[in-house]
Design a protein around this ligand. Structure first.
Ligand SMILES: NC(=O)c1ccc[n+]([C@@H]2O[C@H](COP(=O)([O-])OP(=O)(O)OC[C@H]3O[C@@H](n4cnc5c(N)ncnc54)[C@H](OP(=O)(O)O)[C@@H]3O)[C@@H](O)[C@H]2O)c1
Length: 274
Protein backbone atom coordinates (compact mmCIF):
# COMPACT_ATOMS: atom_id res chain seq x y z
CA UNK A 1 0.00 0.00 0.00
CA UNK A 2 1.36 3.46 -0.82
CA UNK A 3 1.99 5.77 2.14
CA UNK A 4 1.92 9.52 2.39
CA UNK A 5 5.11 11.41 3.30
CA UNK A 6 6.56 14.86 3.75
CA UNK A 7 9.96 15.23 2.09
CA UNK A 8 12.41 17.62 3.75
CA UNK A 9 15.55 18.43 1.77
CA UNK A 10 18.63 19.32 3.82
CA UNK A 11 16.93 17.57 6.75
CA UNK A 12 20.27 17.11 8.53
CA UNK A 13 21.01 20.86 8.57
CA UNK A 14 20.10 23.17 11.44
CA UNK A 15 16.66 24.33 10.27
CA UNK A 16 16.02 21.02 8.46
CA UNK A 17 16.46 19.06 11.71
CA UNK A 18 14.02 21.36 13.50
CA UNK A 19 11.44 20.99 10.71
CA UNK A 20 11.81 17.18 10.70
CA UNK A 21 11.59 16.87 14.49
CA UNK A 22 8.48 19.10 14.67
CA UNK A 23 6.68 17.19 11.91
CA UNK A 24 7.64 13.76 13.26
CA UNK A 25 6.42 14.76 16.73
CA UNK A 26 3.09 15.65 15.13
CA UNK A 27 2.90 12.11 13.76
CA UNK A 28 3.79 12.90 10.12
CA UNK A 29 5.79 10.43 8.07
CA UNK A 30 8.94 12.20 6.93
CA UNK A 31 11.60 11.43 4.34
CA UNK A 32 14.87 13.11 5.20
CA UNK A 33 16.47 13.90 1.81
CA UNK A 34 20.14 14.22 2.73
CA UNK A 35 23.39 14.63 0.88
CA UNK A 36 25.42 12.60 3.39
CA UNK A 37 23.58 9.49 4.60
CA UNK A 38 26.39 8.37 6.93
CA UNK A 39 26.36 11.74 8.72
CA UNK A 40 22.59 12.05 9.04
CA UNK A 41 21.46 8.41 9.66
CA UNK A 42 21.96 8.67 13.45
CA UNK A 43 19.56 11.64 13.42
CA UNK A 44 16.98 9.59 11.55
CA UNK A 45 17.32 6.80 14.17
CA UNK A 46 16.93 9.34 16.96
CA UNK A 47 13.76 10.85 15.46
CA UNK A 48 12.27 7.37 15.07
CA UNK A 49 12.95 6.64 18.73
CA UNK A 50 11.58 9.99 19.94
CA UNK A 51 8.57 10.56 17.71
CA UNK A 52 5.24 9.10 16.62
CA UNK A 53 5.80 9.64 12.90
CA UNK A 54 7.78 7.25 10.74
CA UNK A 55 11.08 8.82 9.57
CA UNK A 56 13.26 7.44 6.81
CA UNK A 57 16.33 8.77 5.05
CA UNK A 58 17.16 8.86 1.33
CA UNK A 59 20.22 10.18 -0.50
CA UNK A 60 19.91 13.42 -2.47
CA UNK A 61 22.68 15.64 -3.78
CA UNK A 62 21.13 18.72 -5.39
CA UNK A 63 24.42 19.63 -7.07
CA UNK A 64 24.10 16.50 -9.24
CA UNK A 65 21.12 16.33 -11.57
CA UNK A 66 21.76 12.54 -11.88
CA UNK A 67 21.30 12.26 -8.12
CA UNK A 68 18.12 14.37 -8.25
CA UNK A 69 16.68 12.14 -11.00
CA UNK A 70 17.65 8.95 -9.08
CA UNK A 71 15.92 10.25 -5.95
CA UNK A 72 12.72 10.99 -7.89
CA UNK A 73 12.85 7.57 -9.61
CA UNK A 74 13.07 5.86 -6.20
CA UNK A 75 10.02 7.80 -5.00
CA UNK A 76 8.08 6.79 -8.12
CA UNK A 77 9.28 3.14 -7.96
CA UNK A 78 8.16 2.75 -4.35
CA UNK A 79 4.86 4.45 -5.20
CA UNK A 80 5.35 6.92 -2.36
CA UNK A 81 2.66 9.60 -2.25
CA UNK A 82 3.77 13.04 -1.12
CA UNK A 83 1.73 15.34 1.10
CA UNK A 84 4.37 18.04 1.20
CA UNK A 85 7.70 18.81 -0.40
CA UNK A 86 9.77 21.15 1.76
CA UNK A 87 12.67 22.52 -0.28
CA UNK A 88 14.85 23.56 2.64
CA UNK A 89 18.40 22.60 1.52
CA UNK A 90 20.63 25.49 0.58
CA UNK A 91 24.20 26.74 0.49
CA UNK A 92 26.06 30.03 0.61
CA UNK A 93 29.66 29.40 -0.38
CA UNK A 94 32.72 31.49 0.32
CA UNK A 95 34.56 30.37 -2.83
CA UNK A 96 33.48 29.84 -6.43
CA UNK A 97 32.64 26.23 -7.30
CA UNK A 98 30.54 24.62 -10.00
CA UNK A 99 28.09 21.72 -10.20
CA UNK A 100 28.61 18.73 -12.49
CA UNK A 101 26.71 20.69 -15.16
CA UNK A 102 29.07 23.69 -14.84
CA UNK A 103 26.54 25.94 -13.09
CA UNK A 104 27.86 28.04 -10.18
CA UNK A 105 27.24 25.88 -7.07
CA UNK A 106 24.97 28.23 -5.02
CA UNK A 107 22.68 28.84 -7.97
CA UNK A 108 22.99 25.16 -8.96
CA UNK A 109 21.92 23.77 -5.56
CA UNK A 110 19.49 26.45 -4.34
CA UNK A 111 17.73 26.98 -7.65
CA UNK A 112 18.49 24.57 -10.54
CA UNK A 113 18.66 21.28 -8.56
CA UNK A 114 15.67 22.31 -6.45
CA UNK A 115 13.71 23.22 -9.59
CA UNK A 116 14.38 19.84 -11.21
CA UNK A 117 13.50 17.96 -8.01
CA UNK A 118 10.19 19.83 -7.75
CA UNK A 119 9.30 19.26 -11.41
CA UNK A 120 10.01 15.52 -11.13
CA UNK A 121 8.02 15.13 -7.91
CA UNK A 122 4.90 17.13 -8.83
CA UNK A 123 3.11 14.03 -10.25
CA UNK A 124 3.48 12.29 -6.87
CA UNK A 125 2.04 15.17 -4.82
CA UNK A 126 -1.56 14.58 -3.77
CA UNK A 127 -4.35 17.02 -4.48
CA UNK A 128 -4.45 19.52 -1.62
CA UNK A 129 -0.73 18.93 -0.99
CA UNK A 130 1.98 21.54 -0.50
CA UNK A 131 5.28 22.64 -1.97
CA UNK A 132 7.39 25.03 0.12
CA UNK A 133 10.47 26.84 -1.11
CA UNK A 134 12.97 28.60 1.15
CA UNK A 135 13.77 32.21 0.36
CA UNK A 136 15.69 34.80 2.35
CA UNK A 137 15.78 38.54 2.97
CA UNK A 138 18.60 38.69 0.41
CA UNK A 139 15.96 38.38 -2.34
CA UNK A 140 15.65 42.18 -2.05
CA UNK A 141 19.24 42.65 -3.28
CA UNK A 142 19.21 39.73 -5.75
CA UNK A 143 19.34 40.24 -9.52
CA UNK A 144 17.66 38.12 -12.17
CA UNK A 145 18.64 39.16 -15.69
CA UNK A 146 20.47 37.71 -18.69
CA UNK A 147 23.69 37.51 -16.61
CA UNK A 148 22.05 35.17 -14.09
CA UNK A 149 24.20 32.16 -15.01
CA UNK A 150 27.33 34.20 -15.79
CA UNK A 151 29.14 33.90 -12.47
CA UNK A 152 32.83 33.03 -12.65
CA UNK A 153 36.01 33.17 -10.55
CA UNK A 154 36.49 36.86 -11.40
CA UNK A 155 33.06 38.26 -10.53
CA UNK A 156 32.00 35.77 -7.82
CA UNK A 157 30.74 36.99 -4.46
CA UNK A 158 28.85 34.81 -1.96
CA UNK A 159 26.05 37.34 -1.43
CA UNK A 160 25.77 37.99 -5.17
CA UNK A 161 25.28 34.27 -5.88
CA UNK A 162 23.11 33.57 -2.84
CA UNK A 163 20.81 36.58 -3.32
CA UNK A 164 20.17 35.80 -7.00
CA UNK A 165 19.40 32.16 -6.12
CA UNK A 166 16.88 33.31 -3.49
CA UNK A 167 15.24 35.89 -5.76
CA UNK A 168 14.94 33.22 -8.49
CA UNK A 169 13.36 30.88 -5.91
CA UNK A 170 10.82 33.58 -5.05
CA UNK A 171 9.94 34.08 -8.73
CA UNK A 172 9.60 30.29 -9.12
CA UNK A 173 7.24 30.14 -6.13
CA UNK A 174 4.98 32.78 -7.69
CA UNK A 175 5.02 30.96 -11.04
CA UNK A 176 4.27 27.48 -9.66
CA UNK A 177 1.56 28.81 -7.34
CA UNK A 178 -0.36 29.81 -10.47
CA UNK A 179 0.59 26.81 -12.58
CA UNK A 180 -0.36 24.21 -9.96
CA UNK A 181 -3.53 25.89 -8.66
CA UNK A 182 -5.77 23.79 -10.97
CA UNK A 183 -4.23 20.64 -9.41
CA UNK A 184 -5.05 21.90 -5.92
CA UNK A 185 -1.37 22.05 -4.91
CA UNK A 186 -0.45 24.92 -2.58
CA UNK A 187 2.88 26.56 -3.36
CA UNK A 188 4.46 29.04 -0.95
CA UNK A 189 7.84 30.31 0.17
CA UNK A 190 9.12 30.62 3.71
CA UNK A 191 11.62 33.16 4.98
CA UNK A 192 13.05 31.92 8.29
CA UNK A 193 14.62 35.29 9.17
CA UNK A 194 18.17 35.47 10.52
CA UNK A 195 18.77 32.09 12.16
CA UNK A 196 21.69 30.96 14.26
CA UNK A 197 23.14 28.31 11.93
CA UNK A 198 26.49 27.71 10.25
CA UNK A 199 25.24 29.66 7.25
CA UNK A 200 25.36 33.06 8.95
CA UNK A 201 28.95 32.69 10.11
CA UNK A 202 31.22 34.30 7.54
CA UNK A 203 34.58 32.93 8.74
CA UNK A 204 35.69 36.55 8.75
CA UNK A 205 37.22 39.07 11.16
CA UNK A 206 33.89 40.82 11.62
CA UNK A 207 32.06 37.68 12.87
CA UNK A 208 32.18 38.69 16.57
CA UNK A 209 31.03 42.22 15.69
CA UNK A 210 28.15 40.96 13.54
CA UNK A 211 27.27 38.51 16.28
CA UNK A 212 26.86 41.37 18.79
CA UNK A 213 25.00 43.57 16.32
CA UNK A 214 22.52 40.96 15.14
CA UNK A 215 22.15 38.95 18.36
CA UNK A 216 18.82 40.64 19.28
CA UNK A 217 17.20 39.62 15.98
CA UNK A 218 18.75 36.16 15.59
CA UNK A 219 16.32 33.24 15.95
CA UNK A 220 16.92 29.65 16.97
CA UNK A 221 16.58 26.95 14.29
CA UNK A 222 13.29 25.86 15.90
CA UNK A 223 11.90 29.41 15.59
CA UNK A 224 13.19 29.61 12.01
CA UNK A 225 11.52 26.27 11.18
CA UNK A 226 8.11 27.75 12.10
CA UNK A 227 7.93 29.70 8.85
CA UNK A 228 8.34 26.49 6.91
CA UNK A 229 5.88 24.50 9.04
CA UNK A 230 3.23 27.22 8.64
CA UNK A 231 3.75 27.55 4.87
CA UNK A 232 3.43 23.77 4.54
CA UNK A 233 0.05 23.68 6.26
CA UNK A 234 -1.61 26.71 4.67
CA UNK A 235 -4.69 26.76 2.49
CA UNK A 236 -3.43 29.65 0.39
CA UNK A 237 -0.81 29.86 -2.34
CA UNK A 238 1.76 32.36 -3.61
CA UNK A 239 2.59 33.78 -0.19
CA UNK A 240 5.83 34.31 1.73
CA UNK A 241 5.65 33.01 5.29
CA UNK A 242 7.81 34.60 7.94
CA UNK A 243 7.77 33.46 11.55
CA UNK A 244 4.80 35.62 12.57
CA UNK A 245 3.07 36.78 9.39
CA UNK A 246 2.58 36.04 5.73
CA UNK A 247 1.85 38.15 2.66
CA UNK A 248 1.35 37.71 -1.08
CA UNK A 249 4.47 37.73 -3.25
CA UNK A 250 4.86 41.28 -4.60
CA UNK A 251 3.55 41.94 -8.11
CA UNK A 252 7.03 43.15 -9.25
CA UNK A 253 8.15 39.54 -8.67
CA UNK A 254 4.96 37.88 -9.97
CA UNK A 255 5.46 39.83 -13.21
CA UNK A 256 9.25 39.94 -13.31
CA UNK A 257 10.50 40.96 -16.80
CA UNK A 258 13.18 38.24 -16.91
CA UNK A 259 11.24 35.35 -15.41
CA UNK A 260 10.27 33.74 -18.72
CA UNK A 261 13.88 33.98 -19.90
CA UNK A 262 15.12 32.35 -16.67
CA UNK A 263 12.52 29.58 -16.92
CA UNK A 264 13.50 28.81 -20.53
CA UNK A 265 17.22 28.73 -19.69
CA UNK A 266 16.67 26.54 -16.63
CA UNK A 267 14.46 24.15 -18.61
CA UNK A 268 17.25 23.94 -21.19
CA UNK A 269 19.76 22.93 -18.48
CA UNK A 270 17.52 20.27 -16.90
CA UNK A 271 15.94 18.99 -20.14
CA UNK A 272 18.02 15.73 -20.29
CA UNK A 273 16.66 14.73 -16.84
CA UNK A 274 12.99 15.61 -17.39
N1 LIG B 1 20.36 30.60 8.60
C1 LIG B 1 19.71 31.66 8.15
O1 LIG B 1 19.81 32.76 8.73
C2 LIG B 1 18.82 31.57 6.93
C3 LIG B 1 18.10 32.73 6.55
C4 LIG B 1 17.25 32.66 5.45
C5 LIG B 1 17.16 31.47 4.74
N2 LIG B 1 17.89 30.38 5.12
C6 LIG B 1 17.73 29.17 4.32
O2 LIG B 1 17.31 28.11 5.17
C7 LIG B 1 17.71 26.85 4.60
C8 LIG B 1 18.40 26.00 5.65
O3 LIG B 1 19.62 26.63 6.00
P1 LIG B 1 20.35 26.46 7.43
O4 LIG B 1 20.53 27.82 7.96
O5 LIG B 1 19.67 25.42 8.24
O6 LIG B 1 21.79 25.99 6.95
P2 LIG B 1 22.57 24.62 7.18
O7 LIG B 1 22.54 24.23 8.61
O8 LIG B 1 23.89 24.84 6.53
O9 LIG B 1 21.71 23.55 6.36
C9 LIG B 1 21.75 23.48 4.96
C10 LIG B 1 21.31 22.10 4.54
O10 LIG B 1 21.37 22.00 3.10
C11 LIG B 1 22.06 20.80 2.77
N3 LIG B 1 22.73 20.86 1.48
C12 LIG B 1 23.78 21.65 1.12
N4 LIG B 1 24.18 21.34 -0.13
C13 LIG B 1 23.38 20.32 -0.55
C14 LIG B 1 23.34 19.55 -1.73
N5 LIG B 1 24.21 19.73 -2.75
N6 LIG B 1 22.40 18.58 -1.83
C15 LIG B 1 21.54 18.36 -0.82
N7 LIG B 1 21.55 19.03 0.34
C16 LIG B 1 22.47 20.01 0.47
C17 LIG B 1 23.08 20.63 3.87
O11 LIG B 1 23.57 19.30 3.87
P3 LIG B 1 24.90 18.89 4.70
O12 LIG B 1 24.45 18.85 6.13
O13 LIG B 1 25.29 17.58 4.15
O14 LIG B 1 25.89 19.99 4.44
C18 LIG B 1 22.24 20.99 5.09
O15 LIG B 1 21.47 19.89 5.49
C19 LIG B 1 18.60 27.22 3.40
O16 LIG B 1 17.84 27.16 2.21
C20 LIG B 1 19.00 28.66 3.68
O17 LIG B 1 19.32 29.35 2.50
C21 LIG B 1 18.70 30.40 6.20
Amino acid sequence: MSESYTIVTGAGGSIGQAITRTLAHKGCNVIMACRNIAKDSPLCDRFNNECNGKVRIMQLDLSSLDSVARFAQDIHREDIKIDTLINNAGVMLKHYQTTQQGVEMTVGVNFVGTYLLTRLLVPTIRQGGHITFTTSLTRYIGKVDHDFFNLNTENYGRFKAYSRSKLATTLLTAHLAQELAPQGIHVNACDPGVVDTGMIHMDAWFDPLADRLFRPIISTPTQGANSSIQASASSISGHIFEQKRHYAIASKWRNHPHWQWLLNETNRIVAPWL
